[in-house]
Design a protein around this ligand. Structure first.
Ligand code: HEC
Length: 111
């Protein structure tokens, strides 16, 4: 093996390892456009507003919390008003899509 090839192999290898390292703590890749659909289909806008910052409930547009905390909020009914959304209603992937959507919108954005 030539000495010039080795760094290449190592860097390509690292590229593949990265997702493994981060998958534990970050959101799976979500699709914001799909997320917008799931957001409306699950009636999130009834409480949080169509734009995530114009409803009766807390603003969630431009969400700052990590994905782990977000999914816990979704799954468990620790909120007195917000219903729990189990896996059967919103899959992990759909939740990641919604999360991506919420991250893509800015509170108070001109519309
Ligand atoms: C019936 C009204 C209602 C519906 C429907 C609803 N929520 Fe909520 N949600 C609330 C209320 C009220 C809170 C604040 C209470 C709390 O955080 O304990 C909240 C809190 C949250 C939080 C935590 C915000 C924070 O800063 O702590 C997130 C994230 C969230 N909702 C996302 C969603 C998503 C996504 C949906 C749709 C799948 C949804 N909610 C549907 C009422 C609702």
């Amino acid at each position: 093996m030539s000495a010039r090839l080795l760094p290449r192999i190592v860097s390509v290898g690292l590229l593949f390892l990265c997702p493994l390292f981060f998958s534990g703590c970050s959101a799976p890749p979500g699709n914001a456009a799909d997320g917008k659909k799931w957001y409306v289909m699950n009636n999130c806008q009834a409480c949080h507003g169509v734009h995530g910052d114009d409803g009766q409930a807390v603003k969630i547009a431009g969400i700052g919390m990590g994905f782990g905390r977000f999914i816990r909020k979704l799954r468990t009914a620790d909120a007195p008003i917000m219903p729990p959304f189990p896996e059967s209603k919103i899959s992990e992937q759909d939740a990641a899509d919604i999360y991506a959507y919420l991250q893509s919108i800015t509170p108070g954005q001109a519309r």
